[in-house]
Design a protein around this ligand. Structure first.
Ligand code: ATP
Ligand code: MG
Length: 249
């Protein structure tokens, strides 16, 4: 579904170049759940933004279904750490905006909006405004909004990063249910190694030193990925890779 080919990204400032990554290549299969982990500043958000079409690579390209990405598109739904909801719109108003972007109108709009709110368990909150919601609820609305767009791909950048540990666990389970039900291709950026193993088929560990994907880890556990011995082994394996960089950025 997604092909990242020999991607380079260099930021230049005051005559100095910052190489974020060099010659980064990987593929994401249709319906796959792939996570990206790596130390802060290694370029996870930059990479997601390039795939989203919000930023241009310095060299290389991203293909989606063999077509080169040249800008944002409705085939990719985005959820970031802080939900960008319209504060002057209610919860259902926010979802309806995403549906309208798809050309949906009239009665269908209300019905579909309700359906997506049901998916994330927020029907009761349809008429509330974002400022009246908790952080977890806001992220659920952001997820419902991304789903309402009916993209083939969900690009998630630390979507649960600002949530407390319990809400985060609930959100992870919700996300898995959504993935299983709608069979989206998901690319998730997370700081949590546990989260990456719990949710994904494969984990890509990015490195700022090597400027590119360092290791691709196959999770290879039966779902749900419960914390068995193999789970802990994977966790240690991933931690060993990024540990040095986290300790000494
Ligand atoms: N617009 C920009 N202009 C210049 N440098 C940038 C820009 N955006 C990001 N960078 C730099 O690129 C590098 C990668 O940033 P990025 O935000 O992609 O990291 P990250 O892996 O998402 O980090 P974190 O885990 O903290 O979110 C950093 O060194 C950052 O300073
Ligand atoms: Mg980031």
């Amino acid at each position: 579904m997604i092909k990242v080919e020999n991607l380079n990204k260099i930021y230049s400032k005051n005559g100095r170049d910052l190489v974020v990554f060099e010659d980064l290549s990987f593929e994401v299969q249709t319906g796959e759940f792939l996570s990206l982990v790596g130390p802060t500043g290694c370029g996870k958000t930059t990479l997601l933004n390039i795939i989203a079409g919000l930023e241009r690579p310095t060299a290389g390209r991203v293909l989606i279904r063999d077509r080169e990405v040249n800008g944002p598109g409705l085939d990719r739904g985005l959820v970031f750490q802080e939900a960008p909801l319209f504060p002057w719109k209610t919860v259902s108003g926010n979802i309806e905006l995403a549906l309208k972007a798809k050309g949906i109108e009239g009665r269908n709009l209300r019905e579909l909006s309700r359906e997506f709110l049901e998916t994330v368990g927020l029907v009761k909150w349809a008429d509330y405004y974002p400022k009246e919601l908790s952080g977890g609820m806001k992220q659920k609305v952001a997820l419902a909004k991304a789903l309402a767009q009916d993209p083939e791909i969900l690009l998630l950048d630390e979507p649960f990063g600002a949530l407390d540990a319990q809400t985060r666990m609930i959100m992870q389970e919700e996300l898995l249910k959504i993935w299983e039900r709608f069979r989206k291709t998901i690319l998730l950026v997370t700081h949590s190694i546990d989260e990456s193993i719990f949710l994904s088929d494969r984990v890509i560990v990015l490195s700022s030193r090597l400027k590119g994907a360092r290791e691709v880890i196959e999770v290879g556990l039966p779902r749900p990925h419960l914390p068995t011995e193999k789970f802990w082994k994977l966790r240690t394996q991933i931690w060993e890779i990024i540990r040095d960089e986290v300790l000494e950025p």
